[in-house]
Design a protein around this ligand. Sequence first.
Ligand SMILES: NC(=O)c1ccc[n+]([C@@H]2O[C@H](COP(=O)([O-])OP(=O)(O)OC[C@H]3O[C@@H](n4cnc5c(N)ncnc54)[C@H](O)[C@@H]3O)[C@@H](O)[C@H]2O)c1
Length: 327
Amino acid sequence: MTRILVTGAAGFIGYHLARRLSEQPDARLVLVDNFIRGEQDELYGQLCDKPNVEAYDIDLADPAAVAALPDDVDVIYHEAALNGTQNFYERPYEVLRCGTLPTFYLIDKYVRSGRLQRFVFAGTPESYASTVSRFDWEVPTDESVPLCVDDVFNERWSYAAAKIHGEILTVNACRQFDTAFSIVRYHNVYGPRMGDKHVVPDFLNRMKHGVAELYGHADTRAFLYVDDAVEATLRVGQSPATVGEVVNVGGQDEWTILELARRLMTLLGRDPEDIVKHPSPAGSVRRRAPSIEKLQKLTGFQARWSLDDGLMETIRFYVPELLPAAV
Ligand SMILES: NC(=O)c1ccc[n+]([C@@H]2O[C@H](COP(=O)([O-])OP(=O)(O)OC[C@H]3O[C@@H](n4cnc5c(N)ncnc54)[C@H](O)[C@@H]3O)[C@@H](O)[C@H]2O)c1
């Protein structure tokens, strides 16, 4: 039996990852979330009810709560963080608190004991967004890009700073205490149960209210469906080739947000020309796409979901009532 701790398990990626792991007959899961963002909904309830799952509603920024978690854990997927652009601006202290302290306390409890087989940390392209915009760094961007923060006085960078800190802490603590680690830098993962703040659910929500309004139509992203992101995460977390490595996890194709919205409209049987375009919100990252060569080379990962199939699953979750009758 392998005992696996997933933090942020009531969130988007953490939930899908934990659900997939719960299907492995030799896995026992320890799930943690404090619901600062994730939801205690029916799906999470069903996951927690599985016989090989134990769930904890604790704040990972509380050292006593982390110390009281089960001792015998073999692998950690550390997905907990407070993200979302609105939070960066409105709650930068909480963003920094949730982005830094849990990593320290998890390392204190599990990495220092020397028993852990792998510590997997969830990184982000926000950590290099300033390098791309300020120094014209190459896009698609590979893992060798320097991480930086454009302006310490702009709350926007609270999340990036916490995640840069998390990467440096993971590398140094795991090396010092001789524990295998991997860092996955997720790029624009989408799918069911991703909350309502990201571009796909936000656009679908607007359509539900009768207006196909789109913000940041000229920005580009490389989207990855959540089942593929889970597959990539597990490959990184389990392969010997990814020990001690930072690995981008994301889609291979760069799309404009307008192209993405047009596909959603087409899948919903609407006229893509009806989209009402608005510019990006201030501070938005204009272009973002990862190089996923390293992921493919080290793990053999290939995405299985096309953008249309992934978007259709997402539509079915959020707005099934908008689908044409024949679908
Ligand atoms: N979704 C993406 O495309 C993407 C992109 C880049 C990085 N990431 C990173 O990947 C990880 C998972 O992302 P996600 O989209 O699933 O995020 P999410 O917000 O859906 O999930 C994170 C979960 O962590 C929980 N959490 C936060 N602080 C906590 C604390 N102190 N104690 C206990 N639980 C806490 C939240 O309640 C939430 O349920 C995050 O670390 C995120 O920063 C995600």
